[in-house]
Write a protein that binds this ligand. Sequence first.
Ligand code: BES
Ligand code: MN
Ligand code: ZN
Length: 484
Amino acid sequence: MNITAGGPLESEAGGALATPVFEDLTWGPGADWAVEQLGDWLDAYLDEQDFSGKAGEILAVPTGGRLAFHTLFLVGLGSDVDLEALRKAGGRLGRKAARTVDVATTLHQVDIDGAAGAVTEGFLLGQYRFDTYKSEPKPAKTETLRFIGRGAEEAAGQAVDAAVIVDAVALARDLTNEPALAKAPAVLADKAREIGQSVGVTVKVLGPDEIENERLGGLMGVSMGAHNPARLVEFAYEPADPKAFLALVGKGIVFDSGGLSLKTGEGMETMKTDMAGAAAVFGAIQAIAALDIAVKVIGITPLTENMPGGGAMRPGDVIRPRNGKTVEVLNTDAEGRLVLADGLSLAAEAEPDLIVDVATLTGACKVALGEKIGGLWANDDDAAEQVLAAAARAGERFWKMPLPEDYRKNIDSSIADMKNIGVRWGGAINAALFLKEFVGDVPWVHLDIAGPSRWPDDEHYQSKGGSGFGVRTLVALARELAEG
Ligand code: BES
Ligand code: MN
Ligand code: ZN
């Protein structure tokens, strides 16, 4: 899509014009102008509509030649406007204007720092579709998003950066929505190489032999029952003058059948999305590099299927992830923590300032926080606050959860250093306590996105299916680390 800056309102014409409206038909910038142009005619029209400028409302007014634009979109923002409200409004506009080729807007003139970026993010994400497998795809027709009137130039600049983030979120959504049939570990590793090439990031891929040589016992164990061989991808982005060093680790189970501790049929329906953490890391690396953010970043994604083949790991087997601690595997469906054990060990060895892992780790986290909020754990309060602040700015919701030391005994094993499941209660906490064993002294934040990695419905800038959750938080975090 083209993102451009136009001239003053009076000089613009064609397509649709989208303007902000606040609670009780309080006209925002640009809307006041359009209202004046349309005069009594608009008053009469609005009398017959259910539109008062509340957040969530959007009205398409066919101007019938009374304005130089064939449609006027009145975009309701309510009375309590923040960046996320603008993002959501942008998303609704993106959906509503999907058949409009040319969209001009004054939404960037809402007096909030970063308004244009948020509107653009929402607009473009709202037009996202996963239609790879549709015989008759119906993509959005919008070709141009044009900011007009005061501040247009600056808005277009901001919007271009926002589009880079949207591309990364869309990449993560696409990878997550792709069927497991089409995203074997080797296929995803090729995709990683392609991303690395396009944005200038080094990509190293370990195959089964290297995984064994590097003693990645967690990834080896989980991949034993799979026909498609495992990979481990390591991205490295090294800008000229980095202000910090961030390590990202993403769970990349391309299909989670549960292994021998087999899931139910229903339990497997969405398990192609069990690599959403890895997808978020792919997307974040792509955007961070494309935006030239001054932070050194490595991205580690163990990629494998969790399958019950004849060679599969058995309940009761003991494995040894990279850092040498031993794990008794009592449930092969608690596989995410096993591959993350290797990923986190590798990340800790690199001695970054901060490790952040992203994983669709536990059904229990989804039970605790629902479908639209992720869980956050950390071994360092400052790091937790930093990630929470980045997430809030990016418009992704996380809730901080506890890492109680006295729960560690839940994962004591009678024959090994730990077991891979705890008691039923606090399942998401037990998983986080397990991960903590592999980060050493490095500040670390764990994001469990089992819920929000798949959005349950079409709304504002989200659409049903893979959401790309985590990408925006990670990019915002990198930006904040770069600014010091
Ligand atoms: N990938 C699942 C977690 C999951 C479940 C994500 C539902 C999204 C939706 C994970 O590998 C898993 O199976 N976890 C088990 C752990 C249990 C065996 C301790 C779970 O949550 O049931
Ligand atoms: Mn599982
Ligand atoms: Zn899983």
